[in-house]
Design a protein around this ligand. Structure first.
Ligand SMILES: [Zn+2]
Length: 209
C-alpha cells in the first residue's frame, strides 16, 4: 500500500521509491510508489498532476493496489524525484476548501451536504432537503461563507485511527482525505453564483475570484 504523505504534508517535492511500473495502453503507464505526495481524484476533488523523474503524471487514481499514478512514459524502479504541479494543486485545494465552508454554512441552517464537485468551473455543493433546512439565498451564502474566509481560521488536521479529520478554527471536524488551505483566507473570496431548490435538493454553485 502506498504511504499517503499528502495526508500529513503540504510539501510538493520529495524523493521516494518506484515499486512498480506497468504499461496499460499505448503511451500510458501505471506507476506505484512507496510514498506519494500526489492526491488522487476523489471526494469531489480532481487529481494532482506533476512529474515522477522525467515522466509526466497525467492523472492519479486510487484502487485496491494503492495510489496509481498514470504517466506518459515508463519510469525505472528505484529512487525517483517526484514533484506535484503547484498551480493545479493550489487551485484544487482552494476550490475543495471553499466547498467545505459552503457545506458548513448549509449544515448550520439545517441542511445535509450529500454531493460535491470541486472542479474549477464546476464548483457545486448539493444539500438534501430531508431535514427541512431554512432556505438560504445567494446573498446569505455569500455573506456567511466569506465571513469564514475573512475570519482567517487556521486549519487543524489529524488522524483518528485510519481516518484523517480536518477542521478550521472551531468548525466541526470532517472526515476527509482531500487537500486543504492552511488558513481559510487562502481560499480568497468565494463567489456563490446560484442557489437552486429542486426536488428536495438545494444546489449551490460557486466560483473563486
Ligand atoms: Zn476536504
Amino acid at each position: 500500500m502506498t504511504f499517503r504523505r499528502y495526508l500529513d504534508s503540504d510539501d510538493l517535492k520529495m524523493n521516494t521509491a518506484v515499486i512498480a511500473c506497468e504499461p496499460i495502453e499505448e503511451g500510458r503507464y501505471h506507476v506505484l510508489l512507496e510514498a506519494t505526495l500526489f492526491h488522487p481524484q476523489g471526494g469531489g476533488q480532481p487529481a494532482d498532476i506533476g512529474t515522477i523523474g522525467d515522466a509526466q503524471v497525467l492523472n492519479v487514481i486510487q484502487d485496491e493496489s494503492g495510489i496509481v499514478h498514470i504517466t506518459d512514459r515508463p519510469v525505472n524502479r528505484g529512487m525517483a524525484a517526484i514533484a506535484v504541479e503547484a498551480e493545479n494543486r493550489q487551485m484544487n485545494t482552494r476550490m475543495h476548501s471553499a466547498g467545505h465552508l459552503i457545506g458548513y454554512v448549509g449544515e448550520q441552517a439545517g441542511w445535509k451536504a450529500v454531493k460535491a464537485n470541486h472542479r474549477p468551473g464546476e464548483g457545486r455543493v448539493v444539500f438534501d432537503a430531508a431535514d427541512n433546512g431554512t432556505p438560504l439565498t445567494v446573498t446569505d451564502f455569500n455573506a456567511q461563507v466569506n465571513h469564514l474566509v475573512n475570519s482567517k481560521l487556521l486549519r487543524h488536521q489529524y488522524m483518528e485511527g485510519e481516518t484523517r479529520k480536518v477542521t478550521w478554527g472551531d468548525l466541526p471536524p470532517y472526515a476527509c482525505g482531500g487537500t486543504h488551505v492552511a488558513s481559510t483566507e487562502e481560499t480568497g473570496t468565494v463567489e456563490i453564483t446560484a442557489v437552486k431548490l429542486k426536488k428536495g435538493a438545494l444546489s449551490v454553485s460557486y466560483t473563486l475570484s
